[in-house]
Design a protein around this ligand. Structure first.
Ligand code: AMP
Ligand code: MG
Length: 488
C-alpha cells in the first residue's frame, strides 16, 4: 500500500488476470485530475495503454510501471459475526500515483479469493463508479472511481453476465479489518507498523500527541462519526457495514447493494440479503459505533505496549463513549443547515425529529422535500405551502410549518439568503436506484450514453439543471422498489 508494509503476512504479489476485448464503459476526468493524467479531446487518457492498464491487461504505460501489484490481507466481522481472514479477494493494488493508490476491482483471483472468481460484473461496477463520483460531488468523503472497463468475459452470478473492472483511487484503502487481522493473529509488529504508517501518511497531527495510538484511534472514530452523519443527511444507506468495509480514513468504501432513500422510511433496508435490517438507515450510526468497538479491539495491543490491560481498555472505552456525541454534533449541525438555520437552539432537535417522523409517516420523498423546503417564504400563509399536500396528517404538518416559521423569524432569517444556503446542502440530484438501473440496462446493450449523462448530472448535484428536471423527481410508482441484486 502506500502500504510500504511488506511481507507475506501482509500482502502478496498478485498480477491481474487479463480480460478479452476491453472497452471503455466510463471514465471520470474529475478523478483523473487527482493523478494528473493527460486526457485527449474526448476526455479519455491520451496514452492508449491506459485502457489496457485499467483492464488489468498490462502493468505499464508510457509514464508508469507497476512492477509490484499486491493483494492485502485483512479480517473482519460480517453481519456482527467474526468472519476470520478475508482480504482483497478481487482487488489488486497497482501502486501509488501522486499520493493516490490505484486499485483494480474485479481484476481476477488473488490468494484471498476463497470461493470467489475474483471478478465483478458490469452492473455492480457501474453502480460503484456512479456512486463514488456522485458521493464526491455531494461532498461526502469517499474512495473515487477512475473508470469502468468492460469485457466480453462471461461471469456467472444469478444469471450469466459479463465482467468489468472498476479502477478505484484513494489515499489509502486501509480498513478497520486490517487492524482486526493483525490484532487477532497477534502480529504486533505489523499492527504497530500499520498504525505508524497511518499516522505518518494520513494523521500526522497524532505524532506529537502524548498518546499517538490513542489519538489515532480517536481521529478515526471522529472521521467515521462525521461520515455516517453525512450519509444520514443525504439519505444514503451503505447496505453492508461490515468491519472489513469500513475505511481507516473515514471514506465511504466498497459500494455494493447501497441505496439512496426515495420515500423516507427511517428503517429502510437497501440490502435484500439483510433480512434482520442490521444495516437499515436508522441503524447506521449505531453500527458504525459498533465497528469502532471492533477497531478498539485492534488498538488494544498497541495501548498495552505502554499500559496494563485494564488501563488500556479504559482509555479506549473512554474514546468509544464519545462516539455518540461526535456523531450527534455533526448530525445536528447538518440538519440545522438542511433547514436553513444559522444559529443553534436546544429546541431544534425536536423540530428536526418531528419533521423526520412526519415525513416517515407520510412516506415523503426525502431529497425533494428538503430541496423544495428552501422555497418557503416567511410571509406565506401555511395553506399556500404546496409541500403540505404530501402529508397525511395536515394538522400535524401545519403545526410543524408554523413552528418552523417562528424559529426562522427568531433569527431574522432572510428568504433569499436562506434559499441559497439551503440549496448548497440539499441536493437536487442523487443517484436514485431506478436511474442507475436505466443506465446499467443501456450499458448492457453497449450504449454508454446514459452512464455518462447521469454522471454529468450527478457531478453538479446542488445546481438547478432545468433540462434534466426528470432526473430530480421521485421514481414512478412501478419503479419505486427496483430490485437490486446483491451479487456483484
Ligand atoms: P464484500 O462483501 O464485497 O465486501 O466482500 C467480502 C469479501 O469477499 C472480501 O474479502 C472480498 O474481497 C471477497 N469477495 C467478494 N466478491 C468476490 C469475488 N467475486 N471473488 C473473490 N472474492 C470476493
Ligand atoms: Mg468489501
Amino acid at each position: 500500500m502506500s502500504f510500504t508494509l511488506s511481507g507475506d503476512d501482509v500482502c502478496q504479489l498478485t498480477y491481474p488476470s487479463p480480460i478479452p476485448d476491453p472497452y471503455w464503459v466510463a471514465f471520470s476526468p474529475s478523478a483523473a485530475k487527482l493523478i494528473q493524467l493527460d486526457l485527449d479531446a474526448s476526455g479519455l487518457p491520451s496514452d492508449p495503454a491506459w485502457l489496457e492498464l485499467l483492464a488489468g491487461n498490462t502493468l505499464s504505460t508510457s509514464k508508469h510501471n507497476f512492477a509490484n501489484p499486491i493483494a492485502t490481507v485483512y479480517s473482519g466481522h460480517q453481519f456482527g459475526v467474526w468472519a476470520g481472514q478475508l482480504g482483497d479477494g478481487r482487488a489488486i493494488l497497482l501502486g501509488n500515483i501522486q499520493g493516490q493508490e490505484l486499485q483494480l476491482k474485479g481484476a481476477g483471483k488473488t490468494i484471498y479469493s476463497r470461493m470467489g472468481d475474483g471478478r465483478a460484473v458490469l452492473r455492480s461496477s457501474i453502480r460503484e463508479y456512479l456512486c463514488s463520483e456522485a458521493m464526491y460531488a455531494l461532498g461526502v468523503p469517499t474512495t473515487r472511481a477512475l473508470s469502468v472497463v468492460g469485457s466480453s468475459l462471461p461471469v456467472l452470478r444469478e444469471s450469466l453476465e459479463t465482467a468489468a473492472v472498476c479502477a478505484r483511487l484513494a489515499p489509502s484503502f486501509i480498513r478497520i479489518g486490517h487492524f482486526e487481522h493483525f490484532a487477532f493473529t497477534q502480529n504486533i509488529v505489523r499492527l504497530k507498523e500499520l498504525a505508524d504508517l497511518l499516522i505518518q501518511d494520513h494523521y500526522p497531527e497524532c505524532e506529537s500527541d502524548s498518546e499517538p495510538y490513542l489519538e489515532l484511534f480517536k481521529q478515526i472514530c471522529i472521521r467515521n462519526a462525521k461520515l455516517v452523519a453525512q450519509w444520514q443527511a443525504v439519505g444514503f444507506c451503505h447496505g453492508v457495514l461490515n468491519s472489513d468495509n469500513i475505511s481507516a480514513l473515514g471514506l465511504t468504501m466498497d459500494y455494493g447493494p447501497f441505496g439512496f432513500l426515495d420515500q423516507f422510511e427511517i428503517d429502510h433496508i437497501c440490502n435484500h440479503s439483510d433480512h434482520g435490517g442490521r444495516y437499515a438507515y436508522h441503524r447506521q450510526p449505531q453500527i458504525m459505533h459498533w465497528n469502532m468497538a471492533c477497531l478498539a479491539s485492534g488498538f488494544l495491543p498497541l495501548l498495552e505496549l505502554t499500559h496494563d490491560e485494564e488501563e488500556a481498555q479504559s482509555r479506549l472505552r473512554g474514546v468509544l463513549e464519545e462516539f455518540p456525541v461526535m456523531y450527534a454534533q455533526t448530525w445536528q449541525s447538518l440538519f440545522r443547515q438542511k433547514l436553513g438555520l444559522l444559529t443553534a437552539d436546544e429546541a431544534d432537535i425536536s423540530l428536526i425529529e418531528r419533521l423526520l417522523q412526519a415525513i416517515h409517516d407520510s412516506k415523503v420523498d426525502f431529497t425533494s422535500f428538503f430541496r423544495t423546503l428552501s422555497q418557503i417564504k416567511l410571509d406565506q400563509p401555511i395553506h399556500q405551502i404546496t409541500l403540505r399536500d404530501h402529508f397525511i396528517d395536515r394538522e400535524l404538518i401545519d403545526q410543524w410549518f408554523t413552528d418552523y416559521a417562528l424559529r426562522l423569524q427568531s433569527e431574522s432569517s432572510v428568504d433569499s439568503a436562506r434559499m441559497k444556503s439551503m440549496n448548497l446542502v440539499n441536493p437536487k440530484y442523487i443517484l436514485r436506484n431506478h436511474l442507475a438501473q436505466t443506465a446499467i440496462e443501456k450499458a448492457q446493450q453497449h450504449d454508454f450514453s446514459e452512464v455518462s449523462r447521469l454522471m454529468n448530472i450527478l457531478s453538479r448535484p446542488y445546481d438547478e439543471q432545468p433540462e434534466f428536471e426528470a432526473y430530480a423527481v421521485p421514481p414512478p410508482e412501478d419503479l419505486e422498489r427496483v430490485e437490486v441484486s446483491c451479487s456483484s
